[in-house]
Design a protein around this ligand. Structure first.
Ligand code: FE2
Ligand code: FE2
Length: 290
């Protein structure tokens, strides 16, 4: 049997911050500095979270039996954090709907992708979760590292995205460690092949679906055709250029010794927690709240 390597930092604690956002203040429809394309891409991303993160939880839980105690504890923290994220993004999506957006086509596309993956072997769902969690973690890192991504955004909504980003970084190793545990008897080559194949597949779907989703929301704001493409592609790939800036971190996933915690970016979390006054709560207390 191949030994399982768990390079997640030994002193890492996955501690849910049970926050609620936007319940009292009403954000404007174009909450991201009045910009159609910026609001659209974040709104499109948010439509994936309620169903998507429930899928992540279900995919990881399917392999928790027999997990070493530390991994079992990580999984608990992860599922609690994701459940709260689903709740907050569901509330966010309802506010977007209330402000006039029709998210139904975007949500239907998410459900369609999830149904396709659910129809395969559960290890494929875990691999897809691991790949998407890497995606989320590198987006989160970039979001916190460069304040210009949320420049001009309404404060409470920006706080929601920062809060989510903090926890995505904090639990970024959980799906990966679960994958290492679930495939501990696999030859390295087999493990790499599936992981690489699934990452290519989810990346293609992620880029295509989020772009199409954002264009649909821009259309609902009256911006369409070449102008919409120009605004969106410039925003994603040039300035602030989120997709371009995560490309290097994305590529690292394919390295033979990759692990999400090869990059220890907890300093970002500490800084963000301190700036917005987040106080992580004991997991048990939060789990009861969820
Ligand atoms: Fe999340
Ligand atoms: Fe996550």
């Amino acid at each position: 049997m191949t030994a399982t390597i768990l390079p997640t930092p030994g002193d890492l604690s996955i501690t849910p911050r049970d926050r609620r956002f936007g319940r009292e203040t009403a954000a404007p429809r174009l909450w991201h500095g009045g910009r159609v394309e910026a609001t659209a891409i974040y709104n499109a991303l948010s439509t994936t979270f309620p169903a998507g993160e429930a899928f992540f939880v279900e995919s990881v839980r399917a392999f928790r039996d027999g997990a070493p105690p530390r991994l079992a504890e990580e999984i608990k923290g992860f599922t609690t954090q994701e459940a709260i994220h689903s709740r907050e993004h569901d509330a966010f999506n309802k506010r977007a709907t209330k402000s006039g957006y029709d998210l139904s086509r975007l949500e239907a596309q998410v459900e369609k992708r999830l149904a396709t993956t659910r129809g395969k072997n559960p290890i494929v769902s875990l691999a897809a979760t691991m790949a998407l969690e890497h995606f989320t973690a590198i987006l989160a890192h970039q979001l916190l590292a460069e304040p210009r991504h949320l420049e001009g955004a309404e404060k409470e909504t920006a706080d929601l995205w920062r809060w989510h980003a903090v926890e995505e970084i904090e639990h970024k190793g959980v799906a990966y460690d679960t994958w290492l545990h679930a495939t501990r008897d696999w030859p390295r080559r087999k493990r790499w092949k599936l992981k690489a194949k699934v990452m290519m597949y989810v990346t293609r779907n992620f880029v295509v679906d989020r772009t199409a989703g954002a264009l649909e929301l821009m259309r609902q704001d009256g911006v369409k055709g070449l102008k919409a493409w120009w605004l969106l592609l410039t925003y994603l790939w040039v300035r602030p250029g989120m997709f371009r800036k995560i490309a290097g971190a994305w590529l690292k996933f394919f390295l033979p010794r990759f692990h999400p915690w090869n990059e220890d970016d907890r300093e970002l979390l500490r800084r963000c927690d301190a700036s917005v006054g987040h106080v992580p709560e004991p997991a048990k207390k939060v789990r009861r709240a969820v």
